[in-house]
Design a protein around this ligand. Sequence first.
Ligand code: HAM
Length: 417
Amino acid sequence: MPEFQAPVGTRDVLPPESARWERLVALFADRVGRAGYGLVISPMFEDVGVFERVGESTDVVRKEMYELEDKGGRRLALRPEGTASIVRAWIQHRSTLPFKAWYVAPNFRYERPQAGRYRQHHQLGIEALGTDDPDLDVEVVALASSLYRDIGLSRVRLLLNSLGDGTCRPGYLELLRSYLEEGQEQLCDEHKAGALDNPLRVLDCKRPACVRATADAPRMVDHLCDECAAHFARVQAGLGTLGIGFDIEPRLVRGLDYYTRTTFEFQAPALEAAQNGIGGGGRYDGLAEALGGPPTPGIGFGIGVERLLLACDAESVFPAPEFLVDVFVVDTTGGEVAVRVTHALREAGVRSDRSFGDRSMKSQFKVADRSGADLAVVVGPDERARGVAKVQSLRGGGEEEVELEHLAAHVKRRLRP
Ligand code: HAM
């Protein structure tokens, strides 16, 4: 075992697996770019207050955050999630509204590592600030939904809920509190004590005791004020118009404190229930104000890259490309031709590689076979003297002699007839 290994709960992503990440990010950037979202890169750490402000009662902030003090005595936290950072950045720079941002970024949570649950995970996300129009909720949900379709996932469930707002939620929380108070003894050990401080967390609890005890608990969706009810109805109608199926899940409260109104989660039933959330998000109309900015509504989502790829494995879609190059250059004249030919092929857009060091033809062909390339370009002393190369299929098939100046065009034709 090597002396140093990646820290517990983190993973190295190496080729060819990493090529899936490249493709995924490119697909996502293209899809959300078409909808007017621009890339935002924010620091991996923030003043700890940025996150404390948005999740005081959540595990993500209370129990799992990586906190540190730098040499200047500043209290910092590694980002446990992306939304608070993006809103902080918007408040700082006050870009024009609507502000539409996308990101791909690592997040850090001190969780118990298991398949699909890591201490460093990555999210692809968007955040849109500046309007509480329910059509934006539809746009945001539709963009996530389209990405799942783009990569070929077909068994994704969308759960939808509304958490109300400052008008209707306080009354609902009182109702829920009284309900929980009556059945407090039936709750799980963790929530027997703390249930009344943050009753929504009990709805989020997956332990059988809490699930049983809250089966008939009052539901937020039944106690929305008129504005929230109208907003929620419009979101559902919009999703219907786009043909996006969903289930209303009144227990869906999500693990962060900032949510208001629309919340949603995408689940992959092919994964274990505890880690089957492959993306989620919602509205956070009070977040900008909570972070010291002007009242500015917003909505977004985060998709967990690692979990998304696990879901792809479970459905056998979006495989890692087996091989990285199409052409392998074999040069038995000392390598000088390979330098020129490989460079010219790459300049012409052909994915090509070669071996290094003075190797025999046999050993170069071994590497060529392992590379997965379709074609070998072979140059020996005789070919070099005549300014030609042999182009040979590595998967059975013929061999042709081609003048070096026409090589790139010839290879391109053979790769994509
Ligand atoms: P979240 O639900 O905490 O929301 O995380 C979003 C997604 O990140 C999850 O659905 C899951 O796929 C993935 N994820 C979370 N924790 C882990 C972990 N420990 N290991 C692997 N994957 C994980 C947020 O973070 C919000 N910022 C989303 C959002 C954006 N809401 C509004 N805008």
